[in-house]
Design a protein around this ligand. Sequence first.
Ligand code: F3S
Length: 285
Amino acid sequence: MQVLLADEYGFCFGVERAVEMVEEAISEGDTVRALGPLIHNDQEMSRLAAQGVATISQPIQIQRGETAVIRAHGVTPQVETELRAKASKVVDATCPFVTKVQKLASRAAAQNRHVVVVGNPEHPEMIGVFGYAPENAFVVQDAAEVAALPKLKNPLVVSQTTIKLKNFLEVAEAVKGKTDDEVQVVNTICSATRDRQDAARALAGEVDAFYIIGGRHSSNSRKLLAVCQEQCAKSFLIETGDEINAEDLRGAQRVGVTAGASTPNWLIEKIVKQLEEIGSQLSVL
Ligand code: F3S
């Protein structure tokens, strides 16, 4: 059984940068408190916790003398202000691609325009972006939800960084029917997501089973699963190697592997090794 890695997988630029910023703060002796899980990966979070990084859920939990970390998803301007008021230091690890969406929304709101953001309104990234244009923004999940919006004024359409391009384009098209003004469409889907999805799609048609390594709460990992399932019925989202069922691999010649943008390399290597071991055990049976 051959184990094949997709051409692009694992940690994206923003997550790698956030982890590096946290490690730098630890090395400077800071007491580090991340507002919300730094990344959607329990295994990597446990590794950081062992280095003293604790997760808080509210800015009020920060004590004087501590360093607060804004994770890659970003936060609302209000939450950032609260953190700066309480913490001795704030490490802003908001991914620059998310900062771009925040700035676009904020600028459009300042021009008194409407902003349609395509994404999941409950996702922390979307909560943060919405906070930059609370009076002007609408977060919609798909084109069907556009029907319920009021008439839009010079709308700007942007997206959550991790959604599917097709969904974004459909919403952008639907928004045209909601305004007499020109629609500004800025595709803010992060290329890390696209690259990982394209690479997974390219491999999915060539394998008998596909493992997507990523957190169950990770939006981009779940999207990778959906992309793989389109071509490979035996596609599984797993967080650890313990979830691999050897029976699923019986008869498989080629097995694909990819990983979400929050999955550390050490975990990917461990699972690839485990799959190879299962493959050699099955071949001698
Ligand atoms: Fe940033 Fe894209 Fe990663 S938006 S956090 S580089 S998935």
